[in-house]
Design a protein around this ligand. Structure first.
Ligand code: ADP
Ligand code: ASP
Ligand code: MG
Length: 470
């Protein structure tokens, strides 16, 4: 049994739905398909909600556009007349429910995390019905399934839910395994589950990867295939570096470090449910199904020069705390962390010297962080300062911490590119090296590391004449 996840771009148009149907129909017969909303739909819903809250006039044009987008895709995918009728009815029923919710938001002028999660779930509820219809048109028995109906139970934190695995295992056994035995391919909504009261809870943006991993773990799948718009996990973000290369294999830990820092290709928690069960993850390209993609498992061959890939996270700030006696004041670190925790400021990274601490936090938390530290300022802490526009760079590769001279070589390459390193933490991990640069230096920094370590130039082969003689 395998789980196949297709992202928003992969199901973003009629021709893409056909492509996905072809890939699914060629896969092993026992498969569960998990998909995202069509590209742009989640963003569109999130954008319209505050407008609806102010003005109910925004509702009708929005729903009409959503309906047209899905019907056009169904049509462009060549759905049969019978499927067009069936799926159009299903979409109409969903949009009626969605309309009621939107008027509720407009009348109450209230938009909570709870209603937001319910509202965005409609993107996936719509897309699964489209793909199931297109699959059936092409002779593949398929059924759309909503994750809350299937029993994807979570802890109830809206926007950031955690699955309750034991319950999900039991529930999916009941809701999906029967369909599989009957030769039906379930097409399941990604992105969300529900709490014990049935209230919809999402796994955060990009959460369909995580949802698919939860399903693969619960069903003890042979593998999870994650189908994207890139040739696999690449050596760098292709939006930063055009010549980023696909990585053939990597380990769960490497993928988790990179995704955790911000490699958008996988939701940060995707690896979590699968690692201990040893379920392999295969990252593949919907546009190029013949490309082998990236295989993520517990073991992978050591990467060239010990480095695998680099990821970056923007929108950060450094909180600097000065005090000449800090190194001699027991408990000062605890005081600082307690104050930040109380103010709900998350610390990503830290560095310390005799007279200062530097803490890496979200830029949007900076004001709260500064206020929290002002409140504990007394003898030891002399001043507190915030520096904005920072980017975290995470370079990953097995043995990066233990391979002599690797970090030195990285910093030399970065220095040669004229980039100043604002903050470093070395030694915390054997597979990741994290440091901070100014946002404006991000691209130069990634390029320098990439060209020094990651960019595999084609091996010089035997020289061939430009025109081979016939
Ligand atoms: P999906 O909708 O299928 O989940 P996403 O857009 O969320 O797809 O993720 C794929 C995108 O992630 C790619 O198009 C690419 O721009 C971006 N990305 C960032 N870092 C990497 C990386 N290291 N390897 C591959 N893609 C990356
Ligand atoms: N549709 C959701 C989002 O855009 C989930 C996903 O695509 O993974 O965040
Ligand atoms: Mg994604």
């Amino acid at each position: 049994m395998i789980v196949m996840k297709f992202g928003g771009t992969s199901v973003g148009s009629g021709p893409m739905l056909v492509r996905v149907s072809d890939i699914v129909s060629r896969a092993p017969a026992e498969r569960v398909v998990v998909i995202s909303a069509m590209a742009g739909v989640t963003d569109a819903i999130l954008n319209v909600l505050p407008r609806v809250q102010r003005d109910e006039g925004a509702i009708e044009p929005f729903l009409r556009e959503l309906l047209n987008k899905h019907l056009a895709a169904l049509h462009d995918a060549g759905a049969s007349d019978a499927e067009v009728v069936k799926v159009t009815q299903e979409i109409d029923a969903l949009l009626q429910r969605f309309e009621r919710l939107l008027y509720g938001i407009a009348y109450t002028e209230e938009l909570t995390a709870k209603t937001k999660d319910l509202a965005v779930s409609f993107g996936e509820r719509l897309s699964v019905r489209l793909l199931a219809g297109v699959l059936r048109t092409r002779g593949v028995p398929a059924e759309a399934v909503d994750a809350d109906d299937a029993g994807m139970l979570t802890d109830g934190s809206f926007g950031n839910a955690t699955p309750i695995m034991s319950a999900i295992e039991r529930n999916l056994e009941r809701s999906l395994v029967g369909r599989l035995r009957n030769g039906v391919t379930p097409v399941l909504t990604g992105f969300f589950g529900c709490d014990a009261m049935g209230r919809v809870t999402t796994f955060g943006r990009g959460g369909s990867d995580y949802a698919a991993a939860i399903v693969a773990a619960a069903l003890r799948a042979n593998r999870l295939e994650v189908w994207k718009d890139v040739d696999g996990f690449l050596t760098a973000d292709p939006r930063i570096l055009k010549d980023a290369q696909p990585i053939a294999e990597m380990t769960y830990d490497e993928a988790a470090e990179l995704a955790g820092v911000g490699a958008k290709v996988l939701h940060p928690r995707t690896v979590e449910p699968l690692k201990d069960l040893h379920v392999p993850i295969l990252v593949r390209n919907t546009q190029q199904p013949e490309v082998q993609g990236t295989l993520i498992t517990g073991v992978a061959s050591v990467s060239r020069n010990a480095l695998r890939s680099a990821a970056t996270k923007d929108g950060l700030a450094i909180l600097k705390i000065y005090g000449p006696g800090m190194a001699y004041t027991p408990g000062i670190g605890q005081k600082v962390f307690d104050a930040l925790a109380k103010a709900k400021v998350n610390v990503y990274n830290m560095a310390a010297s005799q007279a200062s601490f530097a803490l890496l936090i979200e830029e949007s938390d900076l004001d709260r962080g500064l206020k929290a530290l002002e409140s504990i300022r007394e003898g030891t802490i002399q001043s507190v300062e915030g520096i904005t526009d920072m980017t975290l760079i995470c370079v990953v590769g097995r043995g990066i911490g233990s391979t002599f001279g690797t970090s030195g070589k990285i910093f030399t390459a970065v220095g040669k590119a004229g980039v100043n390193i604002e903050m470093i933490s070395v030694g915390a991990s054997d597979i990741a090296l994290n440091f901070v640069v100014k946002r404006k230096d991000r691209d130069a920094c990634v390029r320098a590391i990439h060209h020094e370590f990651l960019f595999e130039r084609p091996a010089p082969g035997p020289t061939e004449p430009a025109h081979s003689p016939r």
